[in-house]
Design a protein around this ligand. Structure first.
Ligand SMILES: [Zn+2]
Length: 394
């Protein structure tokens, strides 16, 4: 395991730093006394945190000036937005990507490794550190330039405790606090969310100038989960485990799911199941256990039999999404994850079910499309979360 280059920061220091970044991001220029009043932190705690931020090039401070009439105008502390860089991670089930980005969201350097994320959390955290170093080297910046860190993880995170609670995925991560672990590695404030939530953030950040306030991002891969952007805010639910649409039961389906129920959406429409059916159609002689080499999903739209299989998966997912559309009246549903790469046959199938099962007025209000970010929505969402932590939401 790679030894951390920084000593473990105290939790208090991280909280102080995060509080300063948040309050400066929200208010702009503030005197040290105002920061102290707004955060409730002592003057000495504020003073040492301001000194740290200035030393790292993340903040500047004007000199105190004499004013006419009543004494001096206090020095004002401001964030240097252009100088702040962030570190973002996308943890999948079989890969980890680290990216260094600036506060406009532009990725300056990144690095990826393929490994078994679910079963080896310690190795994965060690790899995160190595990948961060590679991404920083690619970007040409030292770790000291990083203001905040964010990560998306492929499992359920209890926002009341910050620990992983995933009975059927990330079983070796249960009880871990990924934000604290990453905080120890990088000595920075860390934001962690589930991958679908990060996907929704990524789609919002890259919506091409069309402000979207009500969006459902569906990560359709090995599992199927939804990130909910409602009324302009990410909706996490009471304990952070909203959007588990992969375990909504379908009528007339008896397939066992890894969660122990039968008939869950992801037991019949996950990428694993779609690939199994495609192998059956495209390699008819193959036995169920044979490893059939399939072309990329995006190239199969022109193969009628394959397009039928993908369309059927789309209609099945659309059956569940129709209920969400009835319930939440979103402006957009964006399909990401590996299945999202299937494109038109999948989207047309989803559209068909939403039009069939959702109320006409809400069905016609929703745009349904594949992600334009390929498999990068989650990474861009983590960049967005880290930028928000570093300089405050815009
Ligand atoms: Zn299930």
């Amino acid at each position: 395991m790679t030894a951390p280059a920084h000593p473990a920061p105290s939790a208090r220091r991280l909280r102080t730093r995060a509080a300063l970044l948040a309050v400066l991001g929200e208010h702009g220029a503030l005197s040290r006394a105002e920061i102290s009043r707004l955060t409730g932190l002592s003057r000495s705690a504020v003073s040492s945190a301001v000194t740290d931020l200035i030393d790292e090039g993340l903040a500047g401070e004007t000199t105190a000036t004499a004013t006419t009439g009543r004494g001096r105008r206090a020095a004002a502390v401001t964030l240097r937005r252009a100088h702040a860089l962030v570190l973002a991670f996308d943890f999948g089930h079989t890969h980890v990507t680290a990216a260094v980005a600036d506060t406009t969201g532009a990725v300056l350097g990144e690095a990826t490794a393929h490994l078994d994320v679910d079963n080896h959390p310690r190795e994965v955290l060690a790899a995160a550190r190595t990948l961060a170093d590679r991404a920083l080297a690619a970007a040409g910046h030292p770790l000291d330039a990083i203001a905040a860190v964010a990560a998306g993880i492929p499992g359920a995170l209890d926002t009341r405790t910050n620990v992983v609670r995933a009975p059927s995925t990330l079983s070796q991560w249960i009880g871990m606090d990924p934000a604290a672990e990453l905080g120890r590695l990088f000595d920075r404030p860390v934001t962690v969310g589930n991958d679908a939530e990060m996907g929704a953030r990524g789609e919002r950040a890259h919506s091409g100038g069309h402000a979207v306030n009500d969006l459902i991002y569906v990560k359709a891969s090995t599992g199927i989960g939804a990130g909910l952007l409602l009324d302009g805010r990410i909706y996490r639910g009471a304990s952070g485990i909203s959007g588990e649409i992969g375990h909504i039961q379908l009528p007339d389906t008896g397939t066992w799911c890894r969660c122990g129920n039968r008939g869950c959406l992801e037991s019949v429409a996950s990428i694993v199941e779609v690939r199994r059916r495609l192998a059956h159609v495209l390699a008819p002689g193959a036995r169920p256990d044979d490893d059939v080499d399939l072309p990329p999903l995006g190239e199969l739209a022109g193969t009628p039999a394959a397009a039928r299989v993908i369309g059927e998966a789309g209609r099945t997912i659309g059956r569940v999404l129709a209920d969400l559309v009835n319930c939440l009246n979103p402006a957009a549903i964006v399909i990401g994850g590996e299945l999202g790469l299937a494109g038109a046959p999948l989207i047309n199938g989803i559209r068909e079910s939403v039009d069939r099962y959702a109320q006409p007025a809400v069905a016609e209000a929703v745009e349904i499309r594949a992600s334009r970010l390929g498999l990068r929505s989650e990474l861009y969402g983590a960049v967005d979360a880290a930028v928000a932590a570093a300089v405050g939401p815009d």
